[in-house]
Design a protein around this ligand. Structure first.
Ligand code: HSE
Length: 428
């Protein structure tokens, strides 16, 4: 019989339990596809007695993930512990040092230490794969590193945090406030232990930085991702945007420009009729644009036991088959250090202002926009019955710098109440 590929699984939460189930329940399929049996030698988690809905009989138990990573009877260390440092990092480093292959679902670890770990893997002759780290069950890492490897990639965009998309969708469809939708997501167990990872855009930013590295052959640069979460998105903006034919999404965009690598994760408006605009609930979507293929849209579950375990197993089966792809699609030493773009590519913007309802107010706003070189495309003043008038403006394409100049000058007009809202409209 061909030698089995022996796994050591660190972390038996939702995803770990899902991986164990697949290995136990699909042994014939895994062997047929991998060309050799896939077995589990040992596991490790914080709580040994917890019922995980799957038997752990026959597996050795380790309390320490580092010890698990170094075991003689482990060929592939499956890291499902999470966290950018601490035990996950120590055990991954130990596994690579011991010459093991590593499969991880840990986006934070790779966003912070991806380059160093990819180099360590190559030094050791090991592979380090992370399909489950980005967009759960969507095989987007494989799509970029393999299927689309013959393309110059011009742009990668995505909704890659299901929790944020769920919150924004519920605000829109049920008229909930941000706080109500957040509480609902919390009640459903969607939020990470630190909710700011979700709603602050950090989790999605980690994922974006990993895709940018593969797409543009650059070293992972999470610190250069321009990050803004969804905490300031109001129900009013969701309603007004819908009225003008847009949806609000926490959208990640990365593209290589003449000014450097642009990586943004922020609330944006997208056309309601576009695939991204039609993405409701906790689902993820990644849009990839390549010079040969044109546009590819990948859609699917971004989290959960089955989808994430499915992604882990895709990497494991690749290793069983002998498929050895560099972590970021090319040798780590050939990844360049990208210059971060200091400014975003020009785009149209949505503006919402509260104007004092007095003669000449609108003219003053139009004047400051014009003086900053920002041209108005569409404008709407809603019916109102107080002393203030809500005004919506969609600009033509403009730079963020010009827009910021105009927004700053609006304070001086003394006709704008409060802080205007400005949201980028991404052309998808
Ligand atoms: N918390 C993430 C999400 C899943 O809501 O999409 C794990 O990255």
């Amino acid at each position: 019989m061909t030698e089995p590929l022996r796994l050591g699984i660190a972390g038996l939460g939702t995803v770990g339990a899902g991986v164990v189930k697949i290995v136990r329940q699909k042994s014939a399929l895994l062997e047929a596809r991998g060309g050799r049996p896939i077995t589990i030698s040992a596991v490790c988690a914080r709580n040994r007695v917890k019922d995980r809905g799957v038997s752990l009989d026959g597996y050795a138990w380790e309390d320490d993930p580092v010890a698990l990573a170094q075991r003689e009877d482990v060929d592939v260390f499956v890291e499902l512990v999470g966290g950018s440092d601490g035990p996950a990092k120590a055990a991954t480093e130990a596994a690579l040092k011991a010459g093991k292959d590593v499969v991880t679902a840990n986006k934070a670890l790779l966003a912070h230490h991806g380059q160093v770990l990819a180099e360590a893997a190559e030094m050791a002759g090991s592979v380090l794969r992370f399909e489950a780290a980005v967009a759960g069950g969507i095989p987007v890492v494989k799509a970029l590193t393999e299927g689309l490897a013959g393309n110059d990639i011009s742009r990668v965009m995505g909704v890659m945090n299901g929790t944020c998309n769920y919150i924004l969708t519920r605000m829109e469809s049920a008229g909930l406030t941000y706080e109500q939708a957040f509480a609902e997501a919390d009640g459903l167990g969607y939020l990470e232990a630190d909710p700011n990872l979700d709603v602050g855009g950090i989790d999605a930013g980690h994922k974006l930085s990993l895709l940018a590295s593969i797409a543009f052959g650059t070293q992972v640069a999470f610190d250069a991702v321009e990050l803004e979460g969804i905490g300031r998105v109001s129900i009013e903006d969701i309603r007004q945007a819908a009225d003008m034919g847009y949806k609000v999404k926490l959208l990640g965009v990365c593209q290589m420009t003449g000014r450097g690598l642009e990586q943004r994760m922020s609330p944006c408006l997208v056309p309601a009729s576009s695939p991204l605009g039609q993405l409701d609930g906790g689902t993820n979507m990644v849009v990839i644009e390549g010079d040969q293929v044109g546009q590819i849209v990948l859609r699917g579950p971004g989290a959960g036991e089955g989808p994430t375990a499915s992604a882990v197993m895709g990497d494991v089966i690749d290793i069983a088959r002998g498929t050895r792809v560099s972590t970021f699609g090319q040798p780590a030493a050939t990844l360049s250090k990208a210059t971060p773009a200091q400014t975003a590519t020009p785009a149209p913007y949505y503006l919402r202002l509260i104007l004092l309802d007095k003669p000449g107010a609108l003219a003053k706003v139009a004047a400051v926009l014009g003086e900053a070189g920002v041209s108005i495309n569409r404008m709407r003043q809603r019916s109102h019955d107080q002393n203030t008038a809500p005004v919506l403006i969609v600009t033509h394409k403009t730079t963020r710098a010009a827009l910021d100049t105009a927004l700053a000058a609006m304070v001086g007009t003394q006709v704008v109440e409060g802080e205007p809202v400005a949201l980028r409209i991404e052309q998808v």
